[in-house]
Design a protein around this ligand. Structure first.
Ligand code: ADP
Ligand code: 5GP
Length: 193
């Protein structure tokens, strides 16, 4: 049987990557798609960070310890991985290749470093940048979410400055003023009606 790697790129839907600064609303957009658009496959990342209330292992993330994350790196299991604000995050490669080979619209929600790695590994991927309406609104959302202590919020805001400067590396920018509007435009970009 042909491996997923052998499938011609012509048959594959384009891999779509959603990225943007912490607190901009990426998880909110993804949650809407998870609920209303099961025809889109959302990649489940591995992470060494601890679950937030309501997050489910195997749905939102695979929550792993450092030793398991090291093993996955060693085994070459990641399409990309990065350290972000003190935790590590990575996209398991095999499920992504399998879904694309099966013709399933596939979405990754990852940070800027990961988006750059996907650009290298799969130049045909569509990179979508989710931008906040303003810096002040980004701070309000990140603080308002109330899920991180002040030092982690500070690290995430420092990372956000660099991430906002990278917007021009992306194929498309969507400004997250209305989640519904962003979801509609994202699905249109993915050719999901
Ligand atoms: P990210 O996944 O990018 O870190 P979240 O999805 O956790 O961001 O969103 C951060 C906070 O902003 C959450 O409290 C969320 O409810 C809120 N939020 C997301 N999108 C919007 C929006 N369009 N308008 C107002 N608040 C939003
Ligand atoms: P959070 O801890 O808020 O869920 O995610 C923090 C950051 O890590 C976000 O920017 C999110 O997009 C990113 N992220 C989540 N999964 C991955 C992944 O598999 N790879 C990379 N590079 N970043 C990820």
């Amino acid at each position: 049987m042909a491996s997923p790697d052998d499938v011609s790129t012509a048959r594959r839907p384009r891999l779509t990557v959603l990225s943007g600064p912490s607190g901009v609303g990426k998880s909110t957009v993804v949650a809407h798609i998870r609920e209303a658009h099961p025809e889109v496959w959302l990649s489940v990342s591995a992470t060494t960070r601890k679950p937030r209330p309501g997050e489910i292992h195997g749905v939102h993330y695979y929550f792993v310890d450092d030793a398991e994350f090291d093993r996955m790196i060693e085994a070459g299991e990641f399409l990309e991985w990065a350290e972000f604000a003190g935790s590590r995050y990575g996209t398991p490669r095999q499920p992504v290749l399998e879904k694309l080979a099966a013709g399933v619209p596939t979405l990754l929600e990852i940070d800027l470093q990961g988006a750059r790695q996907v650009r290298e590994a799969m130049p045909e991927a569509l990179l979508v940048f989710l931008a906040p309406p303003s810096w002040d609104e980004l701070v309000r959302r990140l603080v308002g979410r109330g899920t991180e202590p002040p030092d982690v919020i500070q690290r995430r805001l420092e990372a956000a400055e660099a991430e906002l400067a990278a917007e021009k590396e992306f194929d498309v920018t969507l400004v997250n003023t209305s989640v519904e509007d962003v979801v509609r435009k994202l699905l249109a970009l993915m050719h999901v009606s």
